[in-house]
Design a protein around this ligand. Structure first.
Ligand SMILES: C[S@@+](CC[C@H](N)C(=O)[O-])C[C@H]1O[C@@H](n2cnc3c(N)ncnc32)[C@H](O)[C@@H]1O
Length: 260
């Protein structure tokens, strides 16, 4: 918990989130397609982070559509607003808010989306209920998140493994669920929906070394005995040109919102 509050507002953490989101950008088109997002729609991105998916949505919905991004972290919201201003993207709005109580109007959006947020929430089912509340009846709800135990590290490296078990521990210490991805399907069913699901992941090879570099930049800021050990181990893994890391498996779950 303490580590999170230490890093959440750092410029290095924004860079890490932005880099991670850029690496995941090849998967975004499929998400928007599965949600059926098209021109003129009103959509929302809950826990929008650096806004990569929000901006991808804004291109598809066009000038007659709109996108609202919500995030609890004012640094992330400012980051998104700065990009929107710099790139003159006028159909987006970014607001500081809580995913479980967004203050957005009921039944207002054609599609409501969230990625890599649920692993941070104490009550993800409450967030899903909030997403359903703001979605129009028969509109689309999609949540993507990981099971943080399902990664690949080759060759074995205790430090890279430790990075993930350490992160898993931080999530648990916050009272959140590091394995929430695999539970999304059932969560949608319990909320009265008929979900579809698919899964994917991202291999981190030498050509996406910057993933490691941005993680290392954040770890350098934490500066504890644990983080220093991790840094050394991760550097040696990242410097091995034949190392393979595969990000934790992502579960993409989507369904029409109930009619009522
Ligand atoms: C891992 S980032 C994912 C960002 C973005 N969705 C993406 O996929 O690139 C998780 C985001 O959720 C936000 N977040 C965490 N708890 C939240 C809450 N209770 N309400 C709103 N946002 C929250 C964090 O500030 C962070 O920006």
């Amino acid at each position: 918990m303490e580590v999170f509050s230490k890093i959440a507002f750092l410029v290095e953490e924004m860079n890490r989130l932005q880099t991670q989101a850029e690496e995941f950008s090849p998967f975004v088109g499929a998400s928007l397609e599965r949600m059926g997002i098209v021109s003129k729609m009103k959509v929302a991105d809950i826990g929008c982070g650096t806004g990569n998916v929000s901006f991808a949505m804004s291109k598809v919905v066009g000038p007659k559509g709109s996108v609202v991004g919500v995030d609890a972290n004012p640094t992330a919201v400012n980051y998104c607003m700065t990009i929107a201003k710099r790139k003159r993207i006028r159909n987006t709005k970014f607001v500081v808010g809580d995913a479980q109580n967004t203050s957005l109007p009921t039944h207002a959006f054609n599609a409501v989306y969230s990625r890599f947020l649920f692993q941070h929430l104490k009550d993800p089912a409450a967030c899903l209920a909030e997403m359903v509340r703001i979605t129009k009846p028969n509109g689309m709800v999609m949540v993507e998140d990981c099971d943080l135990s399902k990664w690949v590290i080759e060759p074995a490296n205790p430090h890279v493994e430790q990075l993930w078990t350490w992160y898993e521990g931080i999530i648990k210490a916050k009272g959140s669920d590091p394995f929430v991805g695999k539970k999304l399907y059932r969560m949608f069913v319990d909320a009265g929906m008929k979900p579809q699901v698919d899964i994917y992941s991202l291999p981190v090879l030498k050509n996406n070394r910057r993933v490691w570099d941005t993680i290392l930049d954040v770890l350098r800021k934490i500066d504890s005995r644990e983080s220093r050990e991790l840094i050394q181990g991760i550097e040696s893994f990242a410097n091995d040109k034949n190392s393979l890391f595969v990000f934790p498996l992502v579960f993409r779950v989507w369904a029409k919102a109930p009619r009522h």
